[in-house]
Design a protein around this ligand. Sequence first.
Ligand SMILES: *Cc1c(COP(=O)(O)O)cnc(C)c1O
Length: 357
Amino acid sequence: MLNFTVGPVQSDEAVRMIGAENIPYFRTPEFSSVMLENERLMNTFAHAPEGARTVFLTVSGTGAMEAAVINCFDQTDKVLVINGGSFGARFAKICRIHGIPFEEIRLEYGRTLTREQLYQYDQKGFTGLLVNIHETSTGVFYDPLMIGEFCRRNDIFFVMDAISSFLADELDMSAIGNDVMITGSQKALACPPGVSVLVLSHRALERIRGKQVESLYFDLKDALANGERGQTPFTPAVGTLLQIHARLRQIEEAGGAAVEQRKIAALAADFRSKISDLPLEICSDSLSNAVTPLRPKHVPAYSVFTALKDEYQIWICPNGGELQDRLFRVGHIGALTVQDNQTLLEALTDLQKRGLL
Ligand SMILES: *Cc1c(COP(=O)(O)O)cnc(C)c1O
């Protein structure tokens, strides 16, 4: 099997070997030091500002999105949601469920957020902004520095879901000025799913400490207090956290987040140049390095996914809903190589010969 989806993605051998081991007991100084190092490396790779903290939750990415919203906002806020696809719609849904006042900027699929669109909301009393900096469902990457500047100007608390973008795109919390950055274990961290990560600025920590959260599991005050000694309030996905530890150290030893990011960028560029003669249209006006969204010109998109899976043992990422037959996505995160891109190119070329692309 060769996996080009956007998560869970392929893990390298060192990470997979840890998955074969028994899970150790975790209320120990040894596990605490693993967690403290995980926090240090996440802060470093995110370019988190001075005094920032990182917490690890045993939830999928959506759990971390919900935790960020309910710990940082309440009924007194007015939140702007950038909604360019299913992940943006999810932030809106979370606000609706928790009674947090919000307005949405709805974007056409494949189109990035422009400065003009954003600045229609300038000086309108917004206190928060929620964005999936890479809207993974459509493969559109928004300009983080532009949004950061807008938030600074308006004194807006800025929550960035970078779940599929962290390590794939250039993201620097100190330069962007976002208060929260969310990521997850199953995207470019290339570990099994189940752990999500929140990097919290000093301003975020203040907000969280001043808020009553109507949830036991998702109260970040508890996670932060336990995290001071490298622990979590409840039993975490210990095995996945050990895998994350191995992966973060591996990235550090190879030269840090920038080196990893350039590797993913090079893989994406290689793939995009290889497919230029195929009847496929790249349909995003602002790409992330994590994903290439493609529209086949002659066949329904979903049929390409099925044929590659069933006949070539290659997985690309299908789309759901109204985009199912228009779009599929090819991921560039996880343990993939230029040779793997070549394998996918050959399969696509073969499909074209057979009249299936
Ligand atoms: C993958 C992803 C998530 C998390 O989805 P889960 O299925 O809950 O892990 C959230 N936001 C974005 C932008 C994603 O790419």
